[in-house]
Structures are given as C-alpha cells and as structure tokens.
Design a protein around this ligand. Structure first.
Ligand SMILES: [Cu+2]
Length: 160
C-alpha cells in the first residue's frame, strides 16, 4: 500500500507540469492585457494602427508590417487602387509561427504567406478594386482561439 500512496503522491506533484505543457498559450489567454482588449474594442484587431501607403520613387506603395503575439502593427493599411503594393512583413522573435492572409481575388489581392523573424516576407500585388479587405493570421493551436480571434486581425483598405 505504501508504494501506491507514493506513486499517487508523485503523480499529484507532477500534475501541474503536465497541465503546463501549453503554458505559454494558457498564460496569454489569462493575462490582464488579453482580457482588457475585448472591453476596449469591439473588433478583434484591437487598437487601430493605421498606415497610409506612400508611393515611392519606384512607383510602388511600400508598407512595412510587424506581426507577433497577437497583433499586426500597423493593422489597418490604406493603399491606392491600381498602383502596385509591396508589403514587407516580419515577425517578432519567438517560436510561435504566424502568417498573413488576404483572400480578395476579385480585388487583385490573394495571398497567404508565412512570416519569419529573420527574413521578412515580401508580398507584391496590385489592388484593382476599391474596398475593405480583411487581413489576418490563420494559425491556430489545437483547441485554443485562433490567432485572428486573439488580435492578429486587420484590414487593407483600397481607395481611389
Ligand atoms: Cu499568428
């Protein structure tokens, strides 16, 4: 009987460590910042960080974006219609994989690209239709909320 009690005791002691296997994700979920975000903003993109693309000497609209847990900065990109766009998207350091997705083929914008912290992803397109097109990270871990729901959500607005 003593050995069984011993085994039970060891299992109880180890339980927190097994539960913690996804500790990083769980902590993010319960951190005060993560809880406050939905109260401050109705949209999962959180605080709007707007960037209006400037047309460079090369005739291309350049925009740099950083993605991480769980945001894009900027998260609201304004570009002109029928002018080429080049997005340079990099990831913050850390092991959580992220990507950036916009599915608006009717507007000439259709990409899904993984982003890295060392080599930024270069995404080129020419928007052909005025409108607002969601951009988001489509990564999701098991039963946790998607990165998009957690804030990796934004918008590309194409204007005249
Ligand atoms: Cu992500």
């Amino acid at each position: 009987m003593r050995i069984i009690k011993y085994i039970v005791a060891v299992m109880v002691l180890l339980l927190p460590f097994t539960v913690n296997a996804f500790g990083e994700e769980v902590k993010q979920e319960t951190s005060p910042a993560a809880k406050q975000a939905p109260e401050q903003h109705e949209h999962s993109m959180g605080t709007e960080k707007r960037a209006v693309a400037v047309i460079g000497a090369d005739g291309v609209q350049h925009v740099e974006i950083t993605g991480g847990e769980y945001f894009y900065d900027p998260n609201y990109i304004v570009v002109k219609v029928n002018v080429p766009v080049e997005l340079k998207v990099k990831k913050t350091s850390g092991y959580v994989p992220h990507d950036i997705v916009v599915k608006a083929p009717d507007a000439g914008i259709d990409f899904k690209t993984d982003i890295g912290s060392k080599d930024p992803a270069i995404i080129k397109f020419t928007p052909t239709k005025v409108g607002k097109y969601p951009m988001y990270c489509d990564k999701k871990l098991l039963f946790f909320k998607s990165h998009r729901e957690r804030g990796m959500d934004g918008m590309i607005e194409v204007v005249e």
